[in-house]
Ligand binder design. Structure first.
Ligand code: SF4
Length: 474
């Protein structure tokens, strides 16, 4: 089995180089040099969009070649929407007393997995709210049952904020957060948990996090959780949700932290078939404002008195250390700057260049639409996320897109690449060159229109949707 290349050491930095120097960017693209956070910020602010895209694409091709671009068939299972936390960007959570609060029972979850397996799916992405009614034994029983019934299905589940809440709810033995995390994670791993999704990353900088993620894991707790997962041999992903109150420096700081902790993880990895786990993928996406408290904040530049040349409050507060003073701008946290296509592509391209030690960059077409997602394959992304059967969290915060597998392959092929189905480890399962490939079988595309998901079409706890759709995966 082919495993990911594990770099022995970080590439050199050239701190005094001009970020726009094409020689520097070519070195970054071929893995010979590493951007400093200062250069990355400068690059974001000054580089023409297509220059960023060109070098991000070069970097992507140096890692993934010119031929294949991938996707996975998995299913999002949001086992409960009951949550004691109140993130201001979330439209998914419910109080336990709300009429549409739910917790899926084990049989319902198994039915969903059965449907996934029947269409060739290989992974479930299982995440939920912070529900204090569920004991550790509930999770162990669920995982054990899934492992017994579906031994080949990869369980990618429970993001760091869930683990931090598990510590709070279960009060496990241990003197430190790390000890407690290791105790809970080991029990869930022994029950069948295979890897940890990067949900809840949002923006790591504390001033932003305190405003948008009330009560959630802070950056150190989030990163410690992933560190413990890596030390137990599990791989994880990392995510970033941007385009709200944060400054651009916050995005760079976020990527820098992921890169540094990945360096730490890789420094103890070996090249055997069973390497120490680490971050395998980075996926970033813009904040979806509909139905969220944060979405009611006024967009910067649209209010009376917003000077066109005045700095966005998030930029006035942000710095590359993630510890800006929130008092630096009185509108900080009250105004948002939504990310459009250009900001999305720019951010994704920068992530490919900055995160030189992360193998996969995912395109988040589910929020940006399929054609921007397709363009993302030329802005550093090698992976189009997942074909899956439902999506509840992002779609609760507004319109998201869904496609079937044929359309997803069609988009990849239309970009000039060959679509390939991958597994959770990014190993290739199927290269779609044959005439019976999902997209090449289609003669009438009118049946394969781009569909939109929205909260009104969100399946309830008792519904079992069978339509094959596609969405982003973390
Ligand atoms: S994002 Fe997660 S933790 Fe935050 S309110 Fe929503 S369900 Fe709860």
């Amino acid at each position: 089995m082919v495993r990911l290349p594990v770099p022995n050491s970080a590439p050199r930095t050239i701190p005094n180089a001009d970020a726009l120097d094409e020689g520097l960017l070519a070195d970054v693209a071929n893995g010979a040099a590493r951007l400093t956070p200062e250069q990355a910020l400068d690059l974001y602010n000054r580089a023409p969009l297509h220059t960023l895209g060109r070098f991000a694409d070069m970097r992507c091709r140096s890692l993934h070649g010119d031929n294949l671009r991938t996707y996975i068939i998995d299913r999002n299972i949001n086992y409960t929407n009951i949550c004691t936390v109140r993130c201001t960007f979330c439209a998914f959570r419910r109080d336990a007393t709300d009429h549409d609060a739910y917790t899926l029972d084990v049989e319902t979850i198994l039915e969903k997995i059965e449907q996934l397996v029947s269409i060739g799916g290989t992974q479930i992405l299982m995440q939920g709210g912070m529900n204090p009614a569920l004991p550790l034994e509930w999770y162990e029983n669920l995982l054990n049952t899934i492992s017994d019934r579906f031994p080949t299905v990869h369980v990618h589940a429970f993001s760091p904020p869930e683990f931090i809440e598990f510590i709070d709810f279960f009060d496990p033995p241990g003197d430190t957060l790390e000890d407690k995390l290791r105790y809970v994670m080991t029990r869930l791993k022994n029950a069948g948990l295979k890897s940890i999704p990067g949900g809840g990353g949002e923006i790591f900088a504390n001033p932003v996090r305190r405003k948008i993620g009330l009560g959630k894991a802070d950056a150190e707790a989030w990163l410690t959780c992933m560190y413990v997962a890596h030390s137990l041999g599990m791989f994880t992903s990392a995510t970033m949700m941007f385009g709200h109150i944060e400054g651009i420096a916050d995005r760079v700081h976020h990527m820098d932290l992921v890169r540094r902790w990945q360096d730490r993880a890789l420094s103890t990895a070996d090249e055997s078939d069973d390497p120490w786990g680490h971050y395998k993928a980075f996926i970033s996406w813009p904040f979806q404002p509909d139905n969220t408290p944060l979405g009611r904040a006024k967009e910067w530049g649209t209010g009376e008195g917003d000077a066109l040349d005045a700095p966005f409050p998030g930029d006035a507060v942000a710095n590359l250390s993630g510890d800006g003073d929130p008092r630096a701008h009185k509108e900080f946290g009250r105004r948002i700057r939504l990310a459009g296509a250009s900001a999305y592509l720019r951010t994704q391209a920068l992530s490919r260049l900055m995160l030189d030690n992360i193998y996969s960059i995912g395109s988040s077409w589910v929020t940006m639409g399929p054609h921007i997602g397709q363009l993302g394959l030329y802005y550093g992304a090698n992976d189009m996320g997942s074909v899956m059967m439902e999506e509840n969290v992002v779609s609760a915060a507004g319109t998201t897109y869904c496609l079937d597998e044929a359309f997803l392959c069609h988009l990849i092929r239309g970009s000039g690449f060959t679509p390939a189905q991958r597994d959770s480890y990014y190993d290739i399962l199927d290269v779609h060159t044959a005439p019976d490939s999902p997209d090449l079988r289609v003669t009438d595309w009118s049946e394969h229109r781009i569909k939109k998901l929205h909260i009104e079409s969100k399946p309830s706890a008792t519904e079992t949707p069978v339509q094959l759709t596609a969405s982003a995966s973390d």
